[in-house]
Design a protein around this ligand. Structure first.
Ligand code: NAD
Ligand code: ZN
Length: 367
């Protein structure tokens, strides 16, 4: 199935299906400026999928070179960017060479950024291999790296020429990573589609267990939702802000854990979305039942719903608020959130008194 991302001359297709990696050459060939690609991946993904992708290009008469980077969030750094650009130049990358990012959001963000600056810009293709990358990071053209000062602070808007989301890649993804990515799928239902949320309530178990049709439909619906939002609004503003549902709380929790394996991004977002719904209910904006329904759904597939899920950590409300403050959304003692009138009815910005946020955090931490 195909989702078209409409961005004028920079429009591109997201193909979703099983076995796309083994057919990558055929789909990429018409887009290449020379019969040559450089594949960038990480060590984990290379073990499972690099050979198949490489062969798919070779069979289509496309020459390949490979760069394998270490796995993990640390790879989204200036040091690794420099390393990557150096290796690309050593491989004699040219203006007409296409880079292929094979991996999760880390490889996609780093490779996309490198593509945007190498020789003032070369083409790149995304082959996302995590659920998070297939439904979120590979759509919308945000690329970048982290700094000591914070995540994603250096980067660019740079669109890929093509995205190949192969559901078969998810077979080798650790279940914890799969569940974490699923939190972002739920987010699209919460933002503006209660029908999708209801559908997910029936199909979540299948999506996690490997029901192919359900996975495909979940990915296509999510990509369509994000493509619709970024197509309307490529650079950040009102519409795109809705994608931050659960992320203001989530980022604070993640930052406090040092972006470590203690709490994956999607897990933090799951907790953050519950907090956003609890806050909405507390303010009388949304029915309590919707917050409860969200909790039940996330818990049903083993996603966390409260900060207490993280073992052995003593959360401090003031410290979380401090992190949210750094998130630049504070105005006269109030923090800007994405809140909701219910499932499928998110809105933003909603400015909430710090005192109210502090109370919610205290309750949430105690849970
Ligand atoms: P990731 O790229 O680190 O992948 C998670 C782990 O799974 C890694 O260890 C990786 O090696 C492994 N892996 C990936 N695919 C695999 C597969 N098919 N089989 C086995 N192992 C596999 O993390 P992620 O969750 O995909 O992405 C997180 C990153 O995405 C963050 O840096 C975040 O900032 C970024 N992000 C970007 C955007 C955007 O719009 N650009 C949006 C959301 C998130
Ligand atoms: Zn996210």
């Amino acid at each position: 199935e195909t989702v078209r991302v409409e961005l004028g001359t920079r429009s591109y297709d997201i193909l979703v299906g099983r076995g796309l990696i083994s057919r990558a050459g055929e789909f990429a060939a018409p887009l290449l400026n020379q019969k040559r690609v450089i594949i960038v991946t990480d060590a984990n993904v290379a073990r499972h999928h690099l050979e198949v992708l490489d062969q798919a290009f070779v069979q289509a008469g496309i020459a390949t070179q490979r760069i394998v980077l270490p796995a993990g969030e640390q790879t989204k750094s200036f040091a690794q960017l420099e390393e990557l650009c150096g290796r690309l130049l050593d491989l004699k990358a040219e203006r007409s060479t296409t880079l292929v990012a094979l991996g999760g959001g880390v490889i996609g963000d780093l490779t996309g950024f490198a593509a945007s600056i190498l020789l003032r810009g070369v083409d790149f293709i995304q082959v996302p291999t995590t659920l998070l990358a297939q439904v979120d990071s590979s759509v919308g053209g945000k690329t970048g790296i982290n700094m000591a000062q914070g995540k994603n602070l250096i980067g660019s808007f740079y669109q890929p020429r093509l995205v190949l989301a192969d559901t078969a890649a998810l077979d080798t993804l650790p279940k914890r990573e799969l569940r974490a990515g699923y939190a972002e799928v739920v987010k699209y239902g919460l933002i503006d589609s209660s029908e999708f949320f209801t559908w997910l309530e029936c199909h979540a178990a299948g999506i996690i267990a490997g029901d192919e049709a359900a996975r495909r439909q979940a990915i296509v619906t999510s990509c369509r939702a994000k493509a619709g939002i970024v197509g309307a609004d490529e650079r950040e503003s009102a519409q795109r802000a809705l994608l931050n549902l659960g992320h203001t709380f989530g980022h604070a929790l993640e930052a406090e854990c040092g972006y470590s394996d203690e709490l994956l991004h999607g897990e933090a977002v799951a907790i953050g979305m519950v907090m956003a719904f609890d806050l909405s209910a507390r303010l009388g904006l949304a029915p309590l039942e919707d917050a409860a329904r969200l909790r039940r759904h996330l818990a049903s597939i083993g996603l966390p719903t409260d900060p207490g899920w993280v073992e052995g950590r003593n959360w401090v409300a003031e410290r979380l608020i401090e992190h949210m403050g750094k998130d630049k959304k504070v105005k006269d003692g109030r923090i800007g959130f994405v809140l909701a009138h219910g499932i499928g009815k998110a809105f933003s910005p909603a400015y909430v008194d710090l005192a109210e946020v502090a109370t919610l955090l205290e309750v949430s931490i105690a849970a």
